[in-house]
Design a protein around this ligand. Sequence first.
Ligand code: SF4
Ligand code: SF4
Length: 329
Amino acid sequence: MYRLFAPVPPPATFVACSGCDVCALSCPVWQQTHDLRLTPKGRALALQGGAAATEIVESLAACVMCGSCVPACPEQIDLVSMTLSLRADLAAAGVSPLSPLAASFAPPGEHSSPANVHLKTVLLAEDRLLASPSLLAAATLRLGGPAHVVVAADSGRDVSARMEAGLTVPQARLERFLDGLRGALRVVTTEGFISRFVRKWLPGTPVRTLGEACLALPETRRALRPTDLYVVEARGYNADRERLVAVYDALRHETGCDISLDLQRLAIPTAAKALNTRLGIGPVKSAEQVRWILEGRHPRRIVVENLEDGEAFRRERGVEVVHVATLGA
Ligand code: SF4
Ligand code: SF4
């Protein structure tokens, strides 16, 4: 029997690209430019033709690392890894437009006594969450309360930024970051880019998004309404889409709320967190992403898992925006 998503033996590289275009359907860069050279297909075919990373700088800088092309690709090419590896070539050649910003994120200072995370939930909180004591307290409560939760003093923000730009992360720095997570019952992230790597670095430790952790609580789900639009943190979702698709389908079924997924059940990003968006370079504009997510939708309230996504919606729409950790409080 013919299967569209028939598995191929890993690792599948750019060589396996058939040029089918499926990755473009969900790619924000394609949505906003209709320029195939800037898509994963464009990069894969350029590599097949013998191009080097330095010949496709614009394409490499355009990607917002949302990860939706990875589960979409029928050839199962890890397109995020492909792009990151090419970005590493740019960084090594000294021509990466993202490197200066990524290198500007300083690692946190040494902590004399690292927190005991044994059998606890470690929360890797985004800066905006750390800056809001009431929201941080609400998130901590949702995750089991202060006795069971450690808010990481080292969120790995610099590690994440360096990886997104293709810069190397010094081994000692990576070990210091991971030492703060080893032994944890689970790691909960608010920014999904780093979650795909933490999952690989710490096999056996469950890595979840804050949204999924909150939605596991009946009181959170009860507070969702059919007139809500629930905005998934796209990078975290797409990196774990095979498992999460059932979770969010069940949520939609149970509550009637709409969810920021496309017809392939891929999360559409606001792209607010991407390094190139922060730098104001690249073709993807958050305002356009917000318009795409809201196309044909008229929510009375928007529920977000990530505060930067919330700000992108607030800028564009005069509709109530709330964080998932505050639901059912
Ligand atoms: S990660 Fe997102 S922006 Fe980058 S190529 Fe894939 S779909 Fe496009
Ligand atoms: S979905 Fe995969 S095989 Fe198809 S064009 Fe994109 S990268 Fe190539």
